[in-house]
Design a protein. Structure first.
Length: 84
């Protein structure tokens, strides 16, 4: 049975989607409780996630790095990838 990778600590790459998920759930709750205008927050979070995946950084990730959160050092080297 294959084991899942272990959690190696909090990095920017782990915290960005965590924070985005919390913000989306919060905005959905605020939309249901108060006003549909809170969906703008969901759109903003989604746009930042797209930008983060395309550019490798977003405003939140820059703030996290300034606060001292490390970036993940895991990179897949071409020698370890398998071709079929």
């Amino acid at each position: 049975m294959k084991r899942l990778p272990r959690h190696e600590g909090w990095t920017v790459e782990r915290v960005v989607p965590l924070m985005a998920g919390v913000m989306v759930l919060l905005s959905v709750g605020l939309t249901l409780a108060f006003s549909p205008w809170w969906l703008l927050l969901t759109g903003f979070v989604g746009a930042n996630l797209v930008f983060y995946s395309a550019a490798g950084w977003c405003p939140a990730s820059l703030i996290m790095e300034k606060a001292g959160l490390e970036r993940a050092s895991c990179r897949i080297s071409p020698a370890t990838t398998r071709t079929h």
